[in-house]
Design a protein around this ligand. Structure first.
Ligand code: PLP
Length: 407
């Protein structure tokens, strides 16, 4: 009898995006004449930078000739990309890392989901609430989350509430935790932590031999000075943190797929008898066993984002979405809504008008304004009472949506 991992069936069906699709379809059927503007999704709308496309075409040509053909590459990523990452994303910002601390992948979803492989099932896990759903669901699959409860939480997870009451700055847990998921700039709230606020978490991790899993997928959207781009800007963070990065939102790679994970060599985990083990070695082992590398052409495309032209083109993409975010943030404020985020992130987190739940606010925006958002409750219990607007739409749609709200 092939017995299944029963943790999978404990996880409630993710009805968020299917429920949104159902409501949008119904609304369209009832009102075929209206133009619906989609501001719910986290997918980008602009194409890849030319520098990446040109690099992919060149790589494809290399693959046509036996002299330049490449088969399996290093599981950890080609040196050309790992070195470009170290130079541009870290050294240029005063952070010293080595190429063998960078693990290239097909994106941050895989890495944030797979990282649990190297940690024991009995670790106590803390996750900010609301959060990117992958953190909760992958811990549930691993049996680390315990049992689901009626209000959608899990018995063994420690939820770090982030809401307007605490200005979206999570308080340290009152019980001891071993693994801490932090995502800044945050999806879905679009909020950030300052260096001092992030230092509190680094210190907590040091004092408690905990590891921080820091998701910096939206780092490129940071505009304010005091917001760290990398957790390694904080003293001592290399001893306590793994960082995840993605080319998806930065350079339009959502369909092309490339990201990377930083596991500093000095970062240690512990065996049950308290001996130290380098997590870099474990992650290397995990990747070489279960992953065969990101495709050569895609790694060349990622490398292309670091050329002089590539950097300019990436900045143009970021500036475009950042301007959309400003239009949304200010548009919502002018329409009388209370909003958060959107300054250092492509997401704007809007408070539901008094008395409305997330889904009711979502329905109001859909039915009265023909705008699709994402109900905050879909990201966790603390997301109730908010909706997420994404800045990834076209400029025309973004402006039109805000005009509708102000009307
Ligand atoms: N981390 C966060 C916080 C995200 O919002 C997303 C995608 O929406 C990802 C990771 C996944 O990124 P990737 O496309 O690199 O898998």
């Amino acid at each position: 009898m092939a017995q299944i991992n029963e943790n999978f069936i404990k996880i409630p069906a993710t009805y968020l995006f299917s429920e949104i699709a159902k409501r949008v379809t119904l609304h369209k059927e009832e009102h075929p004449e209206v133009k619906i503007i989609r501001m719910g999704i986290g997918d980008v709308s602009l194409p890849l930078p030319d520098a990446s496309v040109d690099a992919m075409i060149k790589a494809a040509e290399e693959q046509r000739k036996s002299a330049t053909f490449r088969g399996y590459g290093p599981e950890q990523g080609y040196a050309f990309l790992r070195e470009a990452i170290v130079e541009n994303d870290f050294k240029a910002k005063g952070i010293k890392l080595e190429a063998d601390e960078i693990f290239v992948s097909d994106g941050a979803k895989s890495d944030t989901g797979n990282i649990g492989d190297i940690f024991d099932k009995h670790n106590r896990v803390a996750i900010t609430d609301p959060s990117y759903p992958v953190y909760v669901d992958t811990n549930a699959m691993a049996g680390r989350a315990g049992e689901p409860t009626e209000n959608g939480t899990w018995t063994n997870l420690v939820y770090l509430k982030c809401n307007a009451e605490n200005n979206f700055v999570p308080a340290l847990p009152t019980e001891k935790v071993d693994l801490i998921y932090l995502c800044y700039p945050n999806n879905p709230t679009g909020t950030t932590l300052t260096k001092d606020q992030l230092s509190i978490w680094v210190n907590y991790a040091k004092e408690n031999n905990a590891v921080i899993l820091f998701d910096a997928a939206y780092e490129a959207f940071i505009t304010e000075k005091d917001v760290p781009h990398s957790i390694y800007e904080i003293d001592g963070a290399k001893n306590v943190a793994i960082e995840f990065r993605s080319f998806s939102k930065t350079a339009g790679f959502t369909g092309t797929r490339c990201g990377y994970t930083v596991v500093p060599k000095q970062l240690m985990g512990f065996t049950s008898d308290g001996s130290k083990v380098a997590l870099n070695k474990l992650w290397n082992r995990r990747q070489t066993t279960k992953f065969n590398g990101t495709s050569y052409a895609v790694q060349r495309a990622a490398e292309g984002t670091y050329s002089i032209e590539g950097k300019k083109q990436v900045q143009t993409l970021i500036d475009f979405y950042t301007e959309n975010a400003r239009i949304i943030r200010e548009g919502l404020q002018q329409a009388g809504y209370t909003v958060y985020g959107g300054v250092n992130a492509p997401y704007i987190w809007a408070k539901s008008p008094e008395g409305l739940g997330s889904w009711e606010y979502f329905d109001y925006l859909l039915k009265e304004k023909n705008i699709v958002t994402t109900p905050g409750a879909g990201f966790g219990a603390s997301g109730e009472g908010y909706v997420r607007f994404s800045a990834f739409s076209s400029r025309e749609d973004t402006i039109e949506a805000m005009n509708r709200l102000k009307r």
